[in-house]
Write a new protein. Structure first.
Length: 147
C-alpha cells in the first residue's frame, strides 16, 4: 500500500466519530448503552468500560436487552483505556459513581439514570426501567450526533 493511501485511510479513521460509554462496573449500564447505541448508529465506533470493572455482566441486563432485540451477551467488563479516552469524540459517564479525572479532547457528558431500586423495584422489572431510560437517552444522543 502506498504511503498516500495509508495516510488517507488513517485520516479517515481519525475523523470517524467514536463514542465511549463509561460507568462504575461495566457490567450493566455502559454495556446496555453500547448495545443500544449500536442499534441506532451502527456506523459509529462505540466502546464501553468501567472505572472499577465488575467480574461479569449483569445477567438481568443481558435478559432485558434481549427482550428488545439488542445483545450485550458477548461483552465482558473491562477498565477504562486511556488511549480510547484520547481518541473518543464523545464520552458519556453513566451514573454518579463513574468518577474519572478527565482531560480529554472530546465532549463529556454525564447521565444520571433512573434507579428503580431506590423506589423498592427490583429484579427484571427494575432492569427494564433502567434499560428503557438508557434507551431514551441513547436515541436522543444519537439524534444529536446525526446533526
Amino acid at each position: 500500500m502506498s504511503v498516500n493511501v495509508a495516510k488517507l485511510i488513517n485520516d479517515r479513521a481519525a475523523k470517524k466519530k467514536k463514542v465511549y460509554f463509561i460507568d462504575a462496573g461495566n457490567g450493566g449500564k455502559s454495556q446496555i448503552a453500547k448495545a443500544l447505541f449500536l442499534l441506532e448508529c451502527p456506523n459509529i465506533e462505540v466502546y464501553s468500560a468501567g472505572t472499577t470493572p465488575s467480574e461479569s455482566l449483569n445477567p438481568l441486563a443481558v435478559q432485558a436487552l434481549a427482550e428488545i432485540g439488542a445483545d450485550m451477551s458477548e461483552g465482558h467488563p473491562k477498565g477504562v483505556d486511556p488511549q480510547l479516552l484520547g481518541i473518543s469524540n464523545h464520552i458519556v459517564l453513566i451514573g454518579a459513581d463513574a468518577l474519572l479525572e478527565l482531560n480529554v479532547p472530546g465532549t463529556v457528558e454525564r447521565w444520571i439514570t433512573d434507579d428503580p431500586f431506590l423506589r423498592g423495584i427490583e429484579g427484571l422489572e427494575a432492569m427494564r426501567l433502567i434499560r428503557d431510560d438508557i434507551h431514551t437517552r441513547v436515541k436522543e444522543f444519537a439524534h444529536r450526533l446525526a446533526k
